[in-house]
Design a protein around this ligand. Structure first.
Ligand SMILES: [Zn+2]
Length: 302
């Protein structure tokens, strides 16, 4: 695995791996300008705040984390509305040099969070660290004048995106909140969209009102004359499945019968995590595999 990019900076995946494994990072300090966070602590801080919300605000906050994780401050404060002042997880994109090209930044078309820009000769590679495996990567050619240069898609999901000024009035949720808040919500919304409208299928989003982080999605399949089937789903988008397994193993209360859902690109790692959690009665799958299971159960595949 390559640890540093061509400019000698620690690559994003390495930062997440260190954070998830709680590696002492003294050696990385000079390369890593962000506050050191213990991933689980920051995830906990986010969900402690979420837990204090009313059930309605909680569901609203989950949705906003997925759909409005970055953008112009006016647009964000309008969308977040009464939750805006309670959320102190936003930072200025102007303070993040790693996502800027010539004073501009590009939101990922999937998660809206700033894509990373890495100089590559006279050009820049621009890609979303989480969604590059799905084909969200671009090549940036500097412009002649003061405006933004030309961004060309190089991946199959690289739809056109609008450049935004990297100024202090453009904000984005902090990196840990993006990874442990925004990315799982996007998996949950993706699952919901794929299952919506299937016959005999009911999908409830973020139903756990007593313990909001226990499970995120409750899928019920009720085919007349057959036994009802349930999936209680917790989506996870950690960079390291090994660290995720360790964090979940340490968790005293893990609901039996829970289904952990990983992004499709972690398909080859699902058995590893499944083996680690089997004795707790927890199953592990991916978005596409779960959709196939539910479609089979409701008869949509026959
Ligand atoms: Zn993205």
């Amino acid at each position: 695995m390559r640890l540093f990019d061509v400019q000698g900076l620690v690559r994003d995946a390495v930062q997440d791996l260190c954070s998830e494994h709680l590696v002492p990072q003294a050696a990385l300090n000079q390369y890593w300008p962000w506050a050191r966070v213990r991933a689980e602590q920051e995830e906990q801080r986010l969900f402690d705040l979420m837990r204090r919300l009313t059930p309605e605000d909680y569901r609203r906050a989950r949705f906003l984390l997925g759909r409005h994780a970055a953008g112009p401050v006016r647009e964000l404060s309008r969308q977040w509305d009464r939750l805006w002042m309670r959320f102190d997880f936003f930072e200025s994109v102007g303070d993040w040099p790693w996502c800027q090209v010539e004073g501009w930044w590009y939101p990922c078309p999937v998660c809206r969070w700033p894509m990373r820009a890495v100089r590559c000769g006279a050009l820049f590679d621009v890609r979303c660290e989480a969604h590059a495996p799905r084909g969200v990567h671009y090549r940036y050619r500097p412009g002649k004048g003061s405006g933004p240069g030309e961004l060309t898609g190089t991946g199959k999901a690289a739809v056109p995106v609008t450049p935004l000024p990297a100024s202090s009035d453009h904000l984005a949720v902090s990196r840990p909140v993006w990874r442990y808040g925004t990315l799982p919500v996007l998996l949950e919304l993706q699952l919901h969209d794929k299952l919506a409208g299937l016959p005999f299928v009911d999908v409830e989003m973020w139903p756990g009102e007593q313990r909001p982080d226990e499970y995120d999605l409750h899928i019920t399949v009720t085919v007349p004359g057959r036994r009802q089937r349930h999936w209680r789903v917790d989506a996870k988008a950690w960079e390291s499945v090994v660290a995720l397994g360790r964090a979940l193993s340490d968790r005293p209360a893990l609901r039996r019968g829970l289904t952990i859902v990983l992004p499709d690109h972690q398909d080859s790692e699902r058995h590893f995590l499944g083996d680690q959690l089997a004795h707790r009665g927890v199953k592990v799958t991916t978005v596409s595999r779960l959709v196939e299971c539910v479609k089979t159960a409701c008869g949509a595949l026959r």
